[in-house]
Ligand binder design. Structure first.
Ligand code: SAM
Ligand code: SF4
Length: 325
């Protein structure tokens, strides 16, 4: 369905947990926070019922996220269930990669279509500083495992900050070789613990990359591939992308909604606006009642974020792992 601004909503970011095995400084507090009680997290059966209804209003692509989605037991069961929902054409996963190597075979058997792996550095000490954990080796094993499946679309996502400035070129260089890998720089958003951390913008990153690889060439936009703008360099098999929600907003073409791990449907990352589908579902609501609420919140999707307006930062006060990144 379309929202009141005629944006077609077809993409769901589905958070399956708020827990994580890392503690990235811009995402989660060092102590981790209390975490949702198990009973408050939607079961796979509940998620699949909502997925049927969301597909009924036009959701076609689903990305599993969190927290760290691979902490959720038997995630392949959910992937298989989602792939069986009429209308859902594509299911992807965003992960820190630490547990990916062992789980990937089952996820692929279940029909997983794509993996985005978040990695901000290739330097072990820096990784420890950013994630507060010593898991770089496991994350790299996860990346290699994903790259070994030629049919799987793999993207590497890096949040550029002053801390990992010396890694931008090495990370982008991963897009040089084969198998093909796209490396994307995701601008830090002032949300949750990201508030107050200075962000690095794409012009600065591009300058560093052009210094190393020569002039960048813009890649044509592929329809339905999201908000990233891609460039490539001479001799590169893959591309380098920029997703710059703050400095280059893409709200006018936004097609996404988010479901939090506790069952809140959010039409925009930055706003507190959310409908509590879990309460309705567990209170015995019919499919018609749930679909009506889904339709209402989609219709009310805000026109755009207001990250640049400092006075309005408090709309969504939760950390990224609690919302579902
Ligand atoms: N744990 C998984 C992972 O790290 O890929 C999935 C959840 S994580 C919240 C999803 C993505 O959000 C990660 O790529 C992470 O770097 C990004 N992220 C977290 N906080 C952010 C912020 N304030 N601004 C921009 N990206 C952020
Ligand atoms: Fe965990 Fe992902 Fe947040 Fe890092 S960004 S703390 S890996 S949820």
């Amino acid at each position: 369905m379309t929202d009141r601004l005629s944006r077609e909503i077809s993409y769901l970011r589905l958070s399956v947990t708020d827990r994580c095995n890392l503690r990235c400084t811009y995402c989660m507090p060092a102590e981790g926070g209390p975490g949702l009680a198990r009973k408050d997290i939607l079961s796979y059966e509940e998620l699949l019922r909502l997925a049927y209804l969301l597909a009924g209003v036009g959701v076609r692509r689903v990305r599993l996220t969190g927290g760290e989605p691979l902490l959720r037991k038997d995630l392949d069961r959910l992937v298989a269930g989602l792939k069986a929902v009429p209308g859902i054409e594509w299911v992807g996963l965003t992960t820190n990669g630490v547990l990916l190597k062992e789980q990937l075979p089952a996820l692929l058997c279940a029909g997983l279509d794509g993996v985005n792996l978040s990695l901000d550095t290739l330097d072990r000490e820096q990784y420890r500083q950013i994630t507060r954990r010593d898991s770089l080796a496991e994350a790299l094993e996860g990346l290699e495992a994903a790259r070994s499946y030629s049919m799987l679309r793999v993207k590497l996502n890096c949040v550029p900050t002053a801390l990992n400035r010396d890694q931008w070129v090495s990370l982008a260089a991963l897009a040089q070789g084969t198998p093909v890998l796209d490396v994307r720089f995701i601008e830090l958003m002032p949300i949750g613990l990201g508030i107050g951390i200075p962000r690095c913008e794409e012009a600065e990153i591009l300058e560093a990359l052009e210094g190393a690889f020569g002039p960048a060439r813009s890649c044509p936009r592929e329809p339905g591939t999201g908000p990233a703008r891609y460039v490539t360099f001479a001799g590169f098999a893959g591309r380098v992308g920029f997703i710059s929600a703050v400095s280059h907003p893409f709200c006018h073409g936004c097609n996404r909604i988010r479901l939090t791990a506790r069952g809140g449907l959010k039409p925009c990352l930055q706003y507190g606006l959310e409908t509590d589908l879990a309460a309705l579902l567990r209170g015995g609501a019919s499919d018609e009642e749930l679909s009506a609420q889904i339709g209402r919140i989609i219709w009310e999707k805000p026109a755009g974020h207001h990250f640049q307006c400092a006075s309005a930062l408090g709309d969504e006060s939760r950390a990224m792992n609690q919302i579902g990144g």
